[in-house]
Structure formats: structure tokens, C-alpha cells
Ligand binder design. Sequence first.
Ligand code: XLS
Ligand code: NI
Ligand code: NI
Length: 438
Amino acid sequence: MHFYDHIPKIQYEGSKSLNPFAFKYYDPKEMIFGKPMKDHLKFSLAYWHTLTGEGIDPFGKATMEREWDTITDPIERAKVRVKVAFELMEKLGMEYFCFHDRDIAPEQETLAETNRVLDEIVAVIEQEMKRTQIKLLWGTANLFANKRFVNGASTSPNADVFAYSAAQVKKALEITHRLNGAGYVFWGGREGYETLLNTDMKLELDNFARFLHMAVDYAKEIGFLGQFYIEPKPKEPTKHQYDFDSATVISFLHQYGLDKDFKLNIETNHATLATHTMNHELRLAADNGFLGSIDANQGDLLLGWDTDQFPTSIVDATLVMYEVLRMGGFTTGGLNFDAKVRRASFTKDDLLIAHIAGMDTYAAGLRIAAKLWKDQVLETNLKQRYRSYTQGIGKDIVENKVGFKELSAYVMNKNTLEPNEPGKQEWLESIINQYMIG
Ligand code: XLS
Ligand code: NI
Ligand code: NI
């Protein structure tokens, strides 16, 4: 069963091409620092937005027009969606995908029955993975859509819901393991609160950590060696999500002894919701050894919610790829397009066009970032700016050789300090422009 026979496999045609079904910047085989572009970028398809997104918003119903959605039997529809997903990935030359348990298979009356249907769909996915060599970047569980999660999942005040969530993640880990997933993501879903008036924050956070420890223990038990990630987000759906941003998550992981087992999956739109730039989030995680994977999308800064748009800003993509190169590239992670087409982009061809736009944006960003990294312009400026810490008193400070008494003695007899230098922000910003345009 095919749905895209009218469009040939997407090819690289170069930046002059106006063919909407061609790559302008993404040339998967192009070598950058001895590695093909595709292995730097590790693009992944987000099953939820692409296969199950309907185009609903708070004011309007579904708008998407896709023939596979007209199949009335939900299990049959789920099986056909698997075929569509792999057809799309093959057309795009995309080598990875990510899913929630409930994206791939519909929920049934009981958990036992849900799991049985899930296994049936996983078998279809398994066959398609074998046929295409496409891999699972990460799996996750949807612990937010069903009304049982109204007060949270592992942070619910209801212990039965905690137990149900554990059972669901247990199964999600098993299928992720079965499909040889490179990772498993915890996105907080409804782990947060609406008002502190009814919330025991201490117990909820302790329970959240307990839950994550149980997941780590169970993964060991079944031999799942994939990377665990937490995906920070500050708000939405709850007013306050516990996994607010990189800094909050990193300190939580340290506090609860989870820092060796988790990395971060950082999403652009979540960074901006937390009023940070994406590079702030990435840099903080990378500097502390926590940068694992990226949900590559973009928000609309004029709107205060998670619009999950396909990334089309080359400046932003450049700065993201700069951080990835700076940390030496992805290991288990990749760039997952956690992005949905706008509700007015309702044809099935829009799915291809949107992914091409995202892939080209990141390919262009990678090329520019690679030039910047190769020339080390920013790094050279940094070295120069912080050179006072490589000699004299600065060296003593970073080598922890001095305290307040020594520092006080040092400045007491000095009548002039080393002069401050300008920060050169405008010059540095214009360098980014120069590297972008050439
Ligand atoms: C929602 C999150 C979600 C995660 C996976 O805002 O981005 O899509 O990536 O649960
Ligand atoms: Ni999001
Ligand atoms: Ni995400």
C-alpha cells in the first residue's frame, strides 16, 4: 500500500532549485569533518505530529485530509499509518523515528488488551524497520492524554494512577527495547501543578524521582542499554511543569542521584517558553555533560504557547548545530522534528514539504556552523577575552590556590587594575551574518 507514488524520492538539487520536492541544502552524503551530513544531523520523524496530528485547535476541528485517516477500524488504521510513516521516511531519506506508545496503537478497554494490540502494531513496525534499516531514536509513553492523568501521572496524588503509569512505562520500555531504540524519553506531560494550594510539591517530586529510579532498575533488568532522557518544558499543559528547563532538570537529577542515568532531550520551543534561548539551554546541558538529543522545532515568539512549528530559521539552526559540533557530535541522540504542519497545510504533500524545509534549514545551519567551528573565530575571541585566567592571579583562582585573604592582599597594594575590554557583541553578531551569507 503506497500513498506517495506521485512523488519520487527527494533528491538534493542545490540552492537554485525551486522544486518544492527537492533538497536545497541537505546533501546527505556531503562530508563535513570527515563524516557525512546525514550522520551529523540524524534526522528523526515524530510519529505523533506527523501520523496522528489532526489539525485541531481550541476553536476548530480537524482539518487534515489524508486518505489513511478515513479507515474506520482503528487497528487497521494504525497498521496503515505504520506503512505511511515508513514511506515518508524513505522518501525523505530519514533514518530515525520517535513515538509514544499511544501514537502507534489505539488504547483499548483494559491495559492487557491495549498491550496486546500494541504488540500487534510493534510487529508491523519491526518488519518495516527490517525492510528499510530505519532505526528508533527513542520511544516514550503518553502519560497525559487519558483523563486518568488529570492530576498527573507519577506525580498524581492518586497512588493507583502512579501504579498505572509504572505499568505503562514498563511496557513502553519493553517495546522500545524490542525495537532496539537508542533512547527513551520522559517528557513531563502532566507532571506539575495548577495551584500550590492543593499540591504537596515535596511528595510529588520525591515520587517523580522514585518513578525514574524504578524505570532505570527495570531497564537494567531487561537489558535495555539505551540512553534515558528528560525533556524540559516550563509550562503547558500544567501551569508549572516540574521539568522547567535545563538548569532545573540537571539539579533535580543530581539531587535524586539520577545524574549518571539521564541526559536531556532539549526542545527549541520549550527553551523559548522558559524565556531562554535554545543555545542557552544547549550550552548549559553540554557544559555539564547532559546534552543528549534535540527536539528540533521552533515557536512563535509573539505567541506564548508551544506551537511546535517546523524549524525554518537558519540563524537558530546554525547556533544549535554549533553547540552540537562543540560537544563533538551526537552519540545516541539526534534531531527529532517534534513539529506539526500548520492546520491550513492540510494536504498529505504538505507533510513532505514541511520535513524538507526542516531538513534543509538544519543542513544549511550545519554547513555554516562547521565553517565557524573550523575557523574557531568565536573560540579565539573567547580565549582572548578570558586570558587573564591563564596566568598570574587568574591562574591561581582557577587552580583553587587562593582565597579571600590572598585576593585581598593582591588588590590592596595595586593602584590600577587591568583595564576592562569591550565585549564586541555587534562585531560577533555580524560575523554570524558573514558566515551565513559568505
Ligand atoms: C510536548 C513534548 C512532547 C515530547 C514527547 O510538548 O514536546 O512532544 O517530545 O513526549
Ligand atoms: Ni513541544
Ligand atoms: Ni518534544
